[in-house]
Write a protein that binds this ligand. Structure first.
Ligand SMILES: Nc1ncnc2c1ncn2[C@@H]1O[C@H](COP(=O)(O)OP(=O)(O)OP(=O)(O)O)[C@@H](O)[C@H]1O
Length: 369
């Protein structure tokens, strides 16, 4: 699924899994905690939780993993099961519409099994309430019948470990959040960590890549292993079709220029937003709906798809008066930021200054093949 319904389906830099990702990700997932790159704090804490459970011979506390898509929550849940030598059942919040759906899953778990519940914040309220009791007492009440004649039949469950994953930890009701013994917050990956991800995946996919090629892909991957793996596959295609299959910095940059992913990981939509903001509105402030019309997209698409990364990168600011391009955004487009910034400059009607960048500058100064 995509994180936002407004996201274009073919977007190369989306953090959500597409069909091809799902097909290849199984092969690329690290299987054990030691193979899992980065997320040092979560890894260390989780390792202690798992070792202690193994020593006691009991199921570990329930685990909540929170963080943006594509950072490795599903992978970690599988690692938890593998480290415990336990089977894993995978489901998701949207798949559990009725409490009965959850009761069916819970009642079929075996002792020690790991239940991975992705997008746990999207579960229905009755299912959520059933989960409270299951997590705490390993018991559920199955309601039989309707109205005044309805009866609750208690059902004992074997001890199991719930691993919940959410991109929106803030949306979880406190009673649910409190029932997790351990919460791991996943952070975006540093470029050096993503380089290791790229090298590891390249080895698994049998792609020859040098360190500069891996660094080039890592730098455009928006802190997200899923995107790094996807860009690697597109670069591999290019290297195999246009060259001898070996990936170096030049090949990686040329390939990603073809796919319009620039040196900072911005794609066509991201750049269109900055471009309109700067060239048409002098850097802002400008209202979201006006900006959206200028780039020919829905306001929702601009707000939910393009802006989060632009804000995170410090290229765009959301202010009560509207959107503003930061000096870094001007520089990214090869323009000289005005001395005055903000409303005063907008009021003065001062436009963009400096040369319009050649496309090659944005894409990492690559030569045409
Ligand atoms: N730390 C890591 N080391 C190596 N590869 C990783 C790491 N984290 C994630 N990956 C790779 O990134 C891909 C996406 O990871 P995963 O499916 O676990 O993300 P997720 O957080 O569960 O995403 P979603 O929220 O969309 O379900 C996987 O193919 C996995 O191989």
């Amino acid at each position: 699924m995509t994180p936002y319904d407004s996201e274009p389906a073919d977007r190369l830099v989306t953090a959500a899994a597409d069909g091809e990702d799902q097909a290849v990700e199984a092969a690329l997932r690290p299987k054990l905690l030691d193979e899992f790159i980065g997320q040092e704090r979560v890894r260390e804490q989780l390792s202690l939780v798992l070792q202690a459970a193994r020593k006691r011979g009991t199921a570990p506390d329930h685990v909540l993993l929170s963080g943006p898509p594509g950072l490795g929550k599903t992978t970690l849940s599988m690692i938890i099961a593998a480290e415990l030598n336990a089977p894993i059942r995978i489901t998701s919040g949207p798949a559990i519409q009725h409490a009965g759906d959850l009761a069916a899953i819970l009642s079929s778990l075996t002792e020690g099994e790991v239940l991975f519940l992705d997008e746990i914040h999207r579960m229905s309220r009755p299912a959520e309430e059933m989960l409270y009791m299951a997590m705490e007492d390993y018991r559920v009440d199955v309601i039989v019948g309707k109205g005044p004649g309805a009866t609750a039949i208690p059902l004992e469950l074997p001890p199991f470990t719930l691993v919940g994953a959410t991109t929106r930890a803030g949306l979880l009701p406190p009673p649910l959040r409190d029932r997790f013994g351990f919460t791991g917050h996943m952070e975006f990956y540093a470029p050096a960590e993503l380089e290791r991800v790229v090298h590891r995946s390249a080895a698994l996919l049998d792609v020859e890549i040098d360190p500069a090629g891996a660094a080039e892909i890592a730098g455009r991957s928006r802190g997200t292993p899923r995107i790094a793996n996807r860009l690697l596959r597109r670069v591999r295609d290019y290297a195999q079709v246009k060259h001898d299959g070996v990936v170096d910095r030049t090949i990686a940059a040329q390939a990603l220029k073809v796919y319009e992913v620039d040196a900072r990981g911005l794609d066509r939509l991201d750049r269109a937003v900055l471009d309109a903001l700067i060239r048409l509105f002098g850097g802002g402030p400008v209202g979201l709906s006006t900006l959206a019309v200028a780039v020919g997209e829905e306001a929702e698409t601009v707000e939910e798809v393009a802006e989060p990364f632009l804000v995170r990168e410090g290229l765009l600011a959301r202010t009560p008066r509207g959107r503003i391009a930061t000096p870094a955004a001007w520089q990214h487009l090869g323009l000289v930021p005005p001395v005055q910034t903000g409303p005063a400059r907008a009021a003065s009607g001062q436009g963009p200054r400096g040369p319009v960048p050649a496309q090659s500058d944005l894409f990492g100064a690559v030569e045409e093949p």
